[in-house]
Design a protein around this ligand. Sequence first.
Ligand code: PHE
Length: 328
Amino acid sequence: MNLRELNQIREFALAEAREAPTAEALEAVRIKYLGRNGLLPDVMAQLKEVPAEEKPLFGKAANALKNELTGLIKERQGTLTSVIKKRDAFDPTLPGLWPPLGSEHPISKVTARITEIFQSIGFTVADGPDIETVWNNFDALNTPADHPSRDEQDTFYLNSGDLLRCHTSPVQVRYMGTHQPPIRIIAPGRCYRRDTPDATHSANFHQVEGLFVAEKVSMADLKGTLAYFAKQFLGEDVKIRFRPHFFPFTEPSFEVDFFFEIGGKSRWIEILGAGMVDPEVFKKVDYDPDKVTGFAFGMGIERLAMIMYGIKDIRNLYENDVRFLSQF
Ligand code: PHE
């Protein structure tokens, strides 16, 4: 052992102490050099082997190294533990994290608005199950046995013989089966059809059904009600028109278009199906068609949402993409 070797030990020891990344690593350095079986006590023990002329300097240097290293380790220990304290400490001045807020789905928004408008003129909300009987979905609605909508190509049938309702009209049947006229309901809900999904079709979608039955309900009431709805929903300037159509459960039947401004220009857009309740339907639910009349309508909610918000692809409504949904 000589001075040169001691200097080498010094360089290593100081470097290791300076670069120790954690308090634990630093403690290991301390034990390695200063511990009871460490390198420095070992160096002292070898003092007698140091060449005689180097001995006084060697002794001093070894002592100086011990002090230097002890000091450095102490100082480093201080910084390392205060870094840890800072990292773990709760800092009340940091800005908080907002819990991500959801937004109302466009389908829910449009449904709520439609509901609100009809409630304001005395309609109450009724509902029914997604799984329906063939009777409620087709038979009681006067749908002929060979009507194409009954086809397995169009309607989802379950092994039980029931089906997934293809419109909200069965709620009419349920409600008339359990209530006596006068009745005035709307029924928002989910519907199912065997459509191949594309930009405008989805195998499940939503409708709002409307039904008003009382003595002497007329076409004028239907027109007035839908005109009121159109104005509330789209503004005073909207116009409506009725085009003759066919539904098994209404007679006469219509498709109803609204004329309003969309994307900078006004045009006619088909919005809903409607008509006067067919007397055959009243017979099925034990209402007397000589005493009561009524109107019914049904509209697609996705369609309205897409028109209102300029949504180009119906599939956007079902993908739960927050980047899309947070825009509403
Ligand atoms: N159920 C019809 C449909 O799904 C809409 C409708 C409802 C038409 C009530 C007339 C009366 O297309």
